[in-house]
Design a protein around this ligand. Structure first.
Ligand code: AMP
Length: 357
């Protein structure tokens, strides 16, 4: 069964989204004798210059989507905010992995939290907030500080605001555009970690070592691997990711972000794609997250996730990219630049992995 659905070298993979994740996926695919067709509404995307083919068209351009689907053997994505209708349209034409069901679930913070907690996995206390009145009731139940997040289209701290003592709730709700939201209790975490893992077409599950993440201004700054937690916590973190992947019948790489509070791991969110906290695997592991995702969606056997040793990955945000020459001189530093021409503040321009072994 699985064999029939598996592709072979020479196949073409369709990737929706043309950012740095698409670029690194296309590079990994090329190593396995595969080629990629990138579909993105944006001009001059980082993935275009390393892919065999690209299409620039809006997500609702059905003739362009149909031509894209006809040119590839399987479709995946590097960006989760694709309209559900786009994924469903494509699925009628070619296999979409991970499935559009996974996209729909992870696009909505409320649906995602309900799904995770129904699996018996801990999440921050949360409540649905559809208007300022519901926000007042939710704050009454959950308390302050708490975080108001839009249900959809939030990333890197966008679409969220902290509700502190004395904050005006109507103003807070309006500041997010009066959109359907959720209120989350503030988790006084000691550490943020993520499990990046893959599930193959045949159900095989493999996780990399847990990463310890430090954010600066809501943007990932560093990932240190392995996370400085007990072996028991490391094992429990991986088990939670496996439970989630299996419940979703997931195919591909996913990342599960968690908070460590005392000896408890609380899941924050699921990213249904390769993830910034897994970039260290390019230099620090036998198989990178990008190659693994390509293997999984093509139905190939998964590769070893063994780490070569302890590593630290640092993002190069905005002007950090100006250090490129200095970083190239450093022994043990592996530099990756995304080919973006303009270094705007907060923009991910590249990353560097320091191998400690
Ligand atoms: P998110 O957009 O949900 O990934 O949140 C971005 C960042 O905000 C997280 O990486 C945390 O640093 C912080 N954060 C989000 N939710 C909470 C929470 N419930 N309690 C404490 N910090 C949070």
């Amino acid at each position: 069964m699985t064999k029939d659905r598996a592709l072979a070298p020479g196949a073409r993979i369709g990737i929706i989204g043309g950012g740095q994740l698409g670029r690194m996926l296309a590079l990994a695919a090329a190593r396995l004798g595969l080629s990629c067709h990138i579909f993105s509404p944006g001009e001059g995307e980082p993935a275009f210059e390393v892919a065999a083919q690209f299409t620039i068209a809006p997500y609702d351009d059905e003739p362009a989507l149909a031509r894209f689907a006809a040119s590839v053997d399987v479709i995946t994505y590097e960006f989760e905010n694709i309209p559900a209708a786009t994924a469903e349209f494509l699925q009628k034409l070619k296999p979409v992995r991970p499935s559009p069901r996974v996209l729909a679930l992870t696009q909505d913070r409320l649906v995602e939290k309900d799904f995770i907690s129904k699996l018996g996995i801990g999440v921050a206390p949360y409540a649905q907030v559809d208007d300022a009145g519901a926000l007042a009731r939710a704050v009454g139940r959950i308390g302050r500080p708490s975080i108001l997040k839009t249900r959809r289209f939030g990333y890197d701290g966008k679409g969220q605001t902290t509700i502190k003592e004395g904050a005006d709730l109507a103003v807070a709700f309006r500041s997010l555009g009066n959109q359907p939201s959720i209120l989350e209790g503030f988790v006084p975490f000691a550490m943020e970690v993520s499990v990046v893992a893959a599930r193959g077409l045949d159900g095989e599950f493999l996780a990399w070592d847990v990463g310890e993440n430090v954010h600066d201004n809501h943007i990932l700054d560093t990932t240190t691997v392995p996370a400085r937690m007990s072996p028991d916590l490391l094992r429990r973190a991986a088990e939670k990711a496996q439970k989630i992947a299996e419940a979703l019948d997931y195919v591909g790489v996913l990342a599960v972000e968690m908070f460590l509070v005392g000896q408890t791991l609380v899941v924050n969110e699921i990213a249904p794609r390769v993830h910034n906290s897994g970039h260290w695997t390019l230099d620090g592991s036998v198989t990178s997250q990008f190659e693994q995702h390509i293997r999984a969606v093509c139905g190939f056997p998964l590769g070893s996730t063994r780490a070569h040793g302890p590593v630290v990955m640092r993002n190069l945000i905005g002007d950090d990219i100006n250090d490129w020459r200095e970083l190239l001189r450093q022994p043990g530093a592996c530099l990756h630049l995304y080919g973006k021409s303009e270094a705007r503040p907060g923009r991910k321009m590249g990353h560097v992995t320091f191998l400690k072994a």
